[in-house]
Design a protein around this ligand. Structure first.
Ligand code: PLP
Length: 348
């Protein structure tokens, strides 16, 4: 890994971080062949940065610097957006199951939470979410979704941005987007829409404990987050993000490792006849056909710790894609657990 140079290069800390934001924004809309060029371009100082792709491809997406705010992780801007835009008269609208942190923040703010089941294809039901409340404060779309690892088509998100109630903000959480080939929604920010897009270095970059995340939004929207806290940044995070962004093949390599392990796990699940929801991310859900909490406990007895259930789907467990060795251990334990009879339901 090349050593971080921003501290000594004369590039200011803030301008470096904006560059980091630009790179994080650019990567998922790139083809793999262009990743190296993009990373190289984005890690240059502005003055040095080439303006054209030497291979003739169109320029990568860039976002004006005042549309980017860098935080110690994406949880802060997620919570702050919910606190800033939802209230007792402005509900928080979310899919179910989905990542729940925004919902907890909404509850802390005294906002009503409006939850909408995923569609048959496990996308966000944008029509239902947009129609949920004429006074909605925040409509949250997690893409790919946590815990299902499934995608909501870009055209549905574009439609939601166009048709949502006036005064509401569409919050698009792209924490896992690097793991998929899905198009980003950062272009909606560039178009000046009421959209905030979140990115994090916690997932594919493996920096959850180091803390670096980015919010993309119109300056007037980002300004509203500031009253909930400034964004002090650990210098370790700045250094680690710099080093990560200078690794031109990091995203593509890790995405492939996870995709290969995920695909072989899905092949095994299929071959054994277990029901699961196909995912494009580093987690997926299995329909255990029995209370998921029992399966989780039985797996723990075998020293294999999988994720949890969501209240709407008590018979589904979330599983993270680990290393091939971890997934082999998972398979052995899961088969043993599932071949044991399910516990009898307690009589009423
Ligand atoms: C969908 C999603 N968004 C945001 C976060 C917050 O991550 P961080 O604060 O580490 O950036 C998580 C963490 O699990 C997540 O799953």
């Amino acid at each position: 890994m090349s050593s971080p140079s921003f501290l000594s290069s004369g590039t200011s800390r803030r301008s470096f971080l904006r560059t980091a934001g630009l790179t994080a924004a650019a990567m998922p809309i790139m083809t793999e062949g262009r990743l190296a060029w993009a990373a190289q371009q984005q890690t240059q100082t502005r003055r040095q940065r080439p303006v054209a792709d030497p291979n003739g491809a169109p320029p990568v997406m860039s976002v004006p610097e005042d549309h980017i705010a860098v935080y110690a992780g994406s949880s802060e801007p997620l919570h702050f957006t919910v606190l800033a835009f939802s209230s007792d008269s402005k509900p928080y609208v979310t899919a179910d199951p989905s990542y729940e942190a925004g919902m907890w923040a909404a509850q802390a703010a005294g906002a009503k939470v409006s939850k909408w089941p995923l569609t048959e294809t496990y996308a966000h039901d944008v029509k239902a979410m947009v129609a949920a409340s004429p006074t909605a404060g925040v409509i949250y779309i997690c893409n790919p979704n946590n815990p299902t690892g499934t995608l909501t088509p870009k055209e549905d998100i574009v439609w939601a941005a166009k048709n949502k109630p006036a005064g509401s903000v569409l919050l698009v959480d792209e924490a896992y987007i690097h793991l998929s080939e899905a198009p980003s929604c950062i272009d909606l920010v560039q178009q000046g829409q009421d959209v905030i897009v979140l990115r994090t270095f916690s997932k594919v970059y493996g920096m959850a404990g180091i803390r670096c995340g980015v919010a993309f939004g119109r300056p007037d929207l980002l300004a509203k987050l500031q009253r909930y806290g400034m964004n002090p940044l650990p210098v370790t995070a700045v250094n680690a993000a710099t080093a990560s962004l200078s690794e031109s093949d990091l995203v593509a390599t890790r995405r492939k490792i996870i995709a290969d392990t995920r695909t072989s796990t899905f092949k095994w699940l299929d071959a054994k006849g277990y029901k699961f929801i196909p995912s494009v991310s580093n987690c997926f859900m299995i329909d255990t056909g029995r209370p998921g909490k029992e399966v989780i406990a039985a797996m723990q007895q075998r020293n294999v710790f999988i994720g949890r259930t969501w209240p709407i789907w008590p018979n589904h467990v979330r599983v993270s894609v680990g290393t091939p060795a971890e997934m082999a251990a998972f398979q052995t334990a899961f088969e043993a657990v599932m071949s044991a009879p399910a516990a009898k339901p307690a009589s009423a």
